[in-house]
Ligand binder design. Structure first.
Ligand code: NI
Length: 160
């Protein structure tokens, strides 16, 4: 495994639309594992492939709950319910956080690291993380959607 360089806002790759992954080959598994290592090293709760310069639909998430590490390709939100508005940060937008309206609960469908189709029910922070990472796959950043900026003095850091 290896650390990958995280791109910052201003890099055009972050604004591209990621293509679906059609084969879960060794190169793609290596990408997923590098993304997990890079996410943990940066103390983020999520990372999407475009953030490391790869326009493919792959995400990693670990919000520190009992779910643990999630590595998914071709993730899609197939159902959502409710609303929440929490402060978000992003490893690609250093030094800024903002409030974003997201669903309270989502159901996400994708392919896991073992190549198996899975459906994951998520709520709260995990639902936010899925929405945030899947947005990255379509070139969308939280700063595009935030209702207001968070004063850096308050709240705890949680970047994805
Ligand atoms: Ni992000």
């Amino acid at each position: 495994m290896a650390l990958r360089k995280i791109l910052h806002v201003g890099d055009e790759t972050l604004r591209g639309k990621a293509r679906p992954v059609d084969v879960l080959n060794r190169r793609m598994l290596m990408l997923l594992d590098d993304m997990a290592e890079t996410m943990y090293a940066a103390e983020g709760v999520g990372l999407a492939a475009p953030q490391v310069g790869v326009l493919r639909r792959a995400i990693t998430i670990d919000v520190g709950d009992e779910t643990g590490l999630i590595q998914l390709i071709n993730p899609e939100i197939i159902a959502s319910e409710g609303e929440q508005e929490e402060a978000e940060g992003c490893l690609s937008v250093p030094g800024r956080r903002g409030y974003v309206k997201r669903p309270q609960r989502v159901v996400v469908r994708g392919i896991n690291r073992a190549g198996k189709p899975v459906e994951i029910r998520a709520e709260g922070l995990l639902a936010v993380a899925f929405c945030h990472e899947i947005d990255h796959l379509d070139g969308v950043l939280f700063i595009d959607k935030m209702t207001r900026e968070v004063d850096e003095e308050d709240g705890e850091e949680s970047e994805a």
